[in-house]
Design a protein. Sequence first.
Length: 351
Amino acid sequence: MFFFRLFFCCCRQGNSGEETWTTRKETNKTIENTSGKGRSNLQKETESRGSTKIVTTPTRTTVSPVTIFPTRELLERNREKAQAHTNSEKEWEDVKFLGVGVFGYVRLLRNVKTEEFLAFKEVKCKPTTFPSEELIESIIHSQLDHENVIRLFFWRKVGQTLFMYLEYANGGSLGDLKEALAEHDALRYFEQLREGVDFLHSRGVVHRDIKPDNLLLTEDEVLKIADLGLCSIFVWRGVEVPQRGFVGTQNYMAPEIFTGRSYRGPPVDMWACGVVLFNMLTAGLPWRRAISNDNNYVLWVHRKKKIFSRKLWNTIEGLSSLSLLKRLLAVDPSERDSNWLQLPRQENTHQ
Ligand code: ATP
Ligand code: MG
């Protein structure tokens, strides 16, 4: 099943001209290339420095993975919910446009009788694969039920269009925040992010696109991880499976992804959580671009010199935040992983 996912992932790239990796956005790029072939100069440069140690040893034993081949029960449950929605279609009014993604738009629906809200995401499926990777995303997503992960209630596929009916987060996203958060607020959101990421990992799912735009908020300040479009399964028959490919949003991608070799799934999310925490604390990024001609990035990743003295780092006052960042942004993924397991929860919630 995992190899199906890998296969489908491989089929995702390919329409992007000379480079085989796909640029999904002009700014804050989300990138995908699971082939490992036709790597960009950035990757080749990073690779030639060869500073990243790849560890593929399985470490987690508590994972109870989601299935990517839907069970009859799962399909039946989905069919019933979709049917119930169709039956009450007249009760749902289209309230407003919520956002646009690369593959479609998201709108807000409101039930005039019950006052319930739903986020309605329409995605045009690429006809190249069957079942489409978007459908696999829905199958995975519908099995994920956690306070800090946007719920997918049900989906419908009509021709080449997939309709996803999602839990609505009414407070925007972390990407909307224009100023640095107070440390206790940043750590509170970080703790929720960590809960959500831990849950995904406990179900054998690695998100691979953790970034502020994909972290939605409710008006009660609950953080919800959204957009599982690049997620992948990292456990197959109880064994951890290495990830491959140039996948994610560049500034949030862990250094091992740029090497062109396989890498472990969970630590790439942990690194991205570190960059998100930095962003919440400073309203900026630790480097202008995760690229080998960016001085701060090179100092951190390749020369392993600490850049705490630099401008934005200086604005972080709390020692526990600095220590957290240092542990999450460990260049060695195995160090990152063990640090994550040891992060004291109390430390993250109270300052
Ligand atoms: P991209 O690849 O650009 O991240 P995408 O096609 O994967 O986009 P999403 O990230 O899922 O799409 O959604 C696009 C935008 O729609 C989000 O940034 C957010 O503003 C809004 N949105 C998506 N889902 C919800 C939701 N459940 N509640 C509220 N707003 C949402
Ligand atoms: Mg998104």
